[in-house]
Write a protein that binds this ligand. Structure first.
Ligand code: AMP
Length: 438
């Protein structure tokens, strides 16, 4: 299959060839012909699948081939959840529209609006935007949606997670009802289906991977690690393996900052990227990470959403996300474009439940091991439960209450088998086991 056989014309074939793409990716093969036909599309695709070119190329071709008034009203709008994703989509649009007469721009919050307003006033064919800033600009009459022909919602699931549903509906309410709609999402919750039903018109469903599955070439590894020693373990992992480009996920902004500081102290170049960082700092961190000026990028889920980092070999989940679908998104950053990737998760005792939830979503057990010297120290609840019942954490708690620490020595859980037992007494709060000193 070639890009030409999908129906793309010469200027786009040339732009794609310059990017070095020889074969269209599965999402591109499936989506491009439908989009060129003007159909609404509901696409299940995560970052790393080539989805951006999948919608950008056919939309640009449509815009190029249709007449428009001289003042260039806005005819296509791409909505994205984050500034980074908006910037990346825009970058793609610029590259793919290199050989055609199309004007494009991007608007997002966190930067001054004046320059954005000026560019919009000059007329653009296609705009990439985050919802909040776009509505502000619309309120200021800097942009009109009256001539929109194509609406694209990119990473729609994340837009819902971030609470943009009202903004999206408001933006749509200013558009003509007759238009083409494309909705891309990595996961399909009830809310996404509801949004899709309200927007899409008789859509063609395009799927590249089974729902909620991660890229095939990703190896998942879970290391059971003591909560207090995760930083030390991360440093060791990076140093011992001589890793030079790793994306690390933390659950909180504060956690991202703290870890970054410690990595730098350990002589590992790193930067944090999260919602409290200025746009300038985020862009700089991403650029430095991409050109290898820094080795480690520590990110929170929202900030990392949609980051375009090709061929990322390693992703570390310093903490597991509490929303299992976020694991799928995180892993989307590795093993892309056919290359193998490794997703490593550091899981302390209290995150065991999150792991189970993730395994349910993936429909796959994650390979779990314990590294000697880093064993979780707070294993009392699961151990007690092992001797009592195989139930959930809730049950385990009950079991531990009824089984007062009277020297009743429970058996170790099988997954600790063969590893150096660090807390064999099984004693709880009252009889604290001797802890190793590190
Ligand atoms: P995306 O899923 O749109 O973020 O794209 C992921 C990465 O794949 C980007 O770095 C693209 O430049 C790259 N890419 C997109 N389409 C292709 C293709 N057909 N062949 C090789 N790489 C591609």
């Amino acid at each position: 299959m070639t890009f030409k056989s999908l129906g793309l014309s010469e200027p786009f074939l040339k732009a794609v060839a310059e990017k070095g793409y020889t074969t269209p990716s599965p999402i591109q093969q499936k989506a491009i012909p439908h989009i060129l036909e003007g159909k609404d599309v509901l696409a299940s695709a995560q970052t790393g699948t080539g989805k951006t070119a999948g919608f950008t190329l056919p939309v640009l071709q449509y815009l190029t081939n249709t007449k428009h008034p001289k003042y260039r009203p806005l005819r296509a709008l791409v909505l994205t959840p984050t500034r980074e994703l908006a910037a990346q989509v825009y970058e793609n649009i610029r590259e793919y529209s290199k050989y055609v007469n199309i004007k494009s721009t991007v608007v997002f919050g966190g930067v001054k609006a004046a320059a954005q307003i000026k560019t919009l006033k000059q007329g653009v064919d296609i705009l990439v935007a985050t919802p909040g800033r776009l509505l502000d600009l619309h309120d200021q009459k800097a942009v009109s949606f009256k001539r929109i022909d194509v609406l694209i919602l990119d990473e729609a699931d994340r837009m819902l997670d971030m609470g943009f549903v009202r903004d999206i509906n408001k933006i749509i309410s200013y558009m003509p009802t007759k238009r083409q709609n494309l909705l891309f999402s990595a996961t399909f919750s009830k809310d996404i289906k509801k949004l899709a039903n309200g927007i899409l018109n008789n859509p063609v469903a395009v799927e590249t991977a089974p729902q909620n599955s991660t890229a095939k070439k990703v190896t998942h590894k879970v290391y059971k690690v003591d909560k207090k020693r995760k930083t030390e373990f991360t440093i060791q992992l990076i140093k011992d393996n001589h890793w030079s480009q790793v994306l690390v996920f933390t659950r909180t902004k504060h956690g991202a900052n703290k870890l970054t500081e410690k990595l730098i102290k350990a002589n590992i170049s790193a930067a944090a990227i999260h919602g409290n960082k200025s746009q300038g700092a985020r862009t700089k961190a991403l650029k430095n990470f991409k050109d290898n000026t820094i080795k480690i990028l520590v990110a929170t889920d929202i900030a990392a959403r949609g980051l375009d980092i090709p061929l990322l070999p390693h992703v570390i989940n310093y903490e597991l996300p509490n929303i299992p679908e976020d694991y799928v998104h995180r892993i989307g950053r590795t093993g892309r474009a056919g290359a193998a990737g490794e997703a490593i998760s550091l899981v302390c005792s209290e995150e065991t439940e999150y792991q189970k939830e993730i395994e349910k979503v993936l429909n796959e057990k994650l390979k779990t091991s314990i590294i000697e010297g880093f064993e979780p120290q707070d294993t009392a609840p699961p151990k007690r439960a092992a001797s009592q019942s195989k139930g959930s954490f809730g049950k385990k708690k009950k079991a531990s209450n009824s089984n007062s620490s009277q020297g009743n020595k429970p058996k170790r859980k099988p997954h600790f088998k063969g590893k150096k037992p660090t807390n064999t007494s099984g004693l709880g709060r009252t009889g604290a086991p001797k802890k190793k000193r590190y």
